[in-house]
Design a protein around this ligand. Structure first.
Ligand SMILES: [Zn+2]
Length: 216
């Protein structure tokens, strides 16, 4: 089974019609069920960004999606059927509705992480390499690695704040594209070791600066 990931192409697509149901299974010890579709607009938790919520319906039956996860190439939509004893049939076509507010908030916080990366770069701290990004509403952060140990001074933070402010006022365009590993290396200016070299890399470009963004 494979789920086609429609959200990688359009962040602002909150509804989708006629996705085919591939399976409906029980979650052990819970009332919840797991629905798998052949394609989805629901973003599963990953890449530091929380899962989408929303609902899936065929008209008479509603499935409230409480969280989504990704296992290999399959997105698992976990939630509760309404009415509780209802279900979807395999092969049935259903309509998808992602909660717009939650998605926009999560995507904004994620983008803020990328903007911070750019601000750090623009402030001249080239040796800081972005590590883990955590884009949850509760205490989001980005970790930076550096070869040498040093104390982060107040002036450094101020420099980054100034650059961040510039980027925000700049109102630059955001472009998303999939490119080869070689092209990605060229765009970013380095070859990050965490990128897979055998598959297309998702590149987000803010204004004139590009960075890799996994929506794993
Ligand atoms: Zn990203």
């Amino acid at each position: 089974m494979t789920t086609k990931l429609l959200f990688t192409e359009n962040t602002f697509n909150y509804t989708h019609e006629n996705a085919e149901v591939l399976s409906v299974t029980n979650v052990t010890d819970k009332q919840s069920k797991i629905v798998v579709l052949h394609e989805t607009i629901f973003y599963p938790q990953g890449g530091g960004q929380p899962s989408d919520v929303g609902y899936i319906t065929n008209g008479s039956v509603k499935f409230n999606v409480e969280k989504c996860t990704k296992e290999n190439d399959v997105v698992l939509h976990e939630g509760i059927f309404e009415p509780n004893d209802a279900t979807f049939q395999i092969g049935e076509k259903v309509n998808l509705f992602v909660d717009k507010e939650t998605r926009l908030l999560n995507a904004s916080i994620h983008s803020a992480g990328h903007l911070l990366d750019l601000a750090v770069k623009n402030a001249g701290f080239d040796a800081w390499t972005p590590g883990k990004g955590y884009h949850f509403v509760q205490s989001p952060y980005v970790e930076y690695n550096h070869n040498n140990q040093f104390k982060v001074e107040k002036e450094m933070m101020e420099k980054i704040s100034v650059e961040l402010e510039k980027l925000l006022n700049d109102n630059g365009t955001v472009k998303i594209e999939y490119v080869s590993f070689e092209k990605a290396t060229e765009l970013i200016g380095s070859a990050p070791t965490y990128l897979p070299s055998d598959q297309p890399v998702r590149i987000v470009t803010y204004g004139s600066v590009s960075c890799p963004c996994s929506v794993s």
